[in-house]
Design a binder for this molecule. Structure first.
Ligand code: UD1
Length: 416
């Protein structure tokens, strides 16, 4: 299992290119299955999760070619409709194949995803939605079996604007008979991109970017060529590194997606200059405490909560983080405390008492974003840190150590 060795404190400078967004590309890959033919997805990040999803698509009969961030998927010969436990257990986003398979082939068998490092993550909204659209759903031997003749449009409401359920129902609705309305839909940039891709494929989605989506089903869709939006979570992670360690420029970003993060960094004392697709950040003289609460887009993303806590761990004062999406998504906090942070948790609220310095230690990754927070904290810390189980970070960050090395950080991957 690979680990990172980091010697903290190096100042950073230079430019970093942000990769395509993991959470955008996964549903787009699933969406390619809605039509026969060859879909091309450019700016595809080379991540463990993208490769896992390609494996899954290959099992279903999709032919793929992945070269230099260009992914071509040929969906002419899909002949198997089952997403096996071995893959779904490593990546919950595998559940995205259910909507397209049901819509195009009337059949899908997908392993029920279990819990994850931050507690139970149900898929009840997805299933209730498919049922409302006329699918028969049953659970047997840990698998959801779903079947239908042709899905029918329905009125669907989510209590919480779930990203995954919005994407899955959207994809299913494109080929359903009649109109589907999704009320309280997610509005994340990757949902917007999925809608745009589906409309380019020939679907009729209205209300894009709002929480009320109206989808008029069509009989067939066609393949498209599309490029993935920049990863706002990777960008946010590098911005937080710049806030403490240097003046760096991020290229291939969309500042508009990061509005609340930029605003929070400004309150923390950072100066930034955003242009069309780049952001320059100058390190702050000191990090001021800023209270943050995670929320659905355009709120502060839960996927940047852990990294923000790392930043606040060295603030001058006391900051609070309220986690509103996943109430116990705090597995990074005991590890950050091993690095000398002073953070306590009460229910879904973390209180961060800023310390003057962090000190290197051995720590362990528990999930993708928690690992990123440990990389940041280790870069901020004095001395040497070792982060084990970095396979978590490889799921969602493309060559993070190489990107930090280029900026001047002392970080290396040890494989054994
Ligand atoms: C996606 C992201 C993940 C991010 C999360 C929240 C991908 C591949 N993953 O996960 O990185 O942290 O959005 O921005 O894009 N819920 C239910 N029932 C459901 C579905 C969701 O109760 O059927 C609840 C969840 O428990 C959670 C909330 O809704 O409290 C939001 O979850 P959701 O947006 O669905 O997260 P994911 O799509 O799994």
């Amino acid at each position: 299992m690979d680990r990172f060795e980091i010697v903290g404190g190096n100042q950073l400078s230079g430019e970093v290119v942000i990769s395509g967004a993991k959470n955008a590309v996964l549903p787009m890959m699933a969406a390619s299955m809605l039509s026969p033919g060859k879909t091309t997805i450019e700016n595809t990040p080379n991540l463990r999760d993208t490769r896992t999803f390609i494996n899954l698509l290959n099992i279903l009969g999709v032919e793929s070619l992945f070269e230099d961030s260009k992914l071509t998927l040929n969906t002419d010969n899909i002949s198997f409709f089952e997403a096996p436990y071995d893959l779904v257990k490593t990546m919950r986003a595998s559940f995205y194949v259910m909507g397209p398979l049901l819509a195009r082939f009337g059949e899908a068998k997908v392993s029920l995803p279990g819990g994850c490092a931050w507690g139970p993550r149900p898929v009840d909204y997805h299933l209730r939605g498919f049922e409302k659209m006329g699918a028969d759903i049953n659970l047997k031997n840990g698998y959801i079996n779903a079947s239908c003749k042709r899905l029918k449009g329905a009125d669907i409401y989510f209590e919480i604007p779930s990203v995954g359920a919005t994407a899955n129902i959207l994809m299913a609705a494109t080929l359903a008979e009649g109109i589907t309305k999704i009320t309280n839909a997610a509005r994340e940039p990757h949902i917007v991109q999925l809608c745009e891709m589906l409309n380019e494929m020939g679907s009729e989605i209205n209300g894009i970017g709002t929480s009320d989506l109206i989808i008029e089903g069509v009989d067939e869709l066609k393949p498209v060529n599309i490029s993935v939006i920049p990863d706002m979570i990777e960008a946010g992670t590098f911005l937080m590194a710049g806030a403490v360690l240097g003046d760096i420029k991020l290229n291939n970003v969309n500042p508009y997606h990061l509005s609340i993060v930029l605003e929070s960094l400004q309150k923390a004392g950072c100066k930034m200059k955003a242009e069309d697709s780049s952001i320059f950040i100058k390190k702050a003289d000191e990090i001021s405490p800023v209270d943050v609460a995670t929320n659905v887009h355009p709120g502060f993303p839960t996927d940047l909560q852990a990294q923000w806590i790392s930043l606040m761990s060295i603030c001058k004062g006391k900051a609070k983080m309220v986690e509103n999406i996943y109430h116990d998504r705090f597995s990074h906090i005991p590890e950050l405390n091993r690095l000398g942070a002073n953070i306590s948790i009460d229910k879904n609220i973390a209180t961060i008492n800023g310390v003057t310095k962090l000190i290197g230690a051995e720590v362990m990754s528990t999930d993708i974003r928690a690992s990123a927070s440990l990389v940041l904290a280790s870069l901020f810390a004095e001395g040497r840190s070792t982060i084990s189980r970095v396979y978590h970070i490889d799921r969602g960050y493309e060559k993070i150590e190489e990107k930090f090395q280029k900026l001047g950080a002392e970080i290396k991957r040890i494989s054994n």
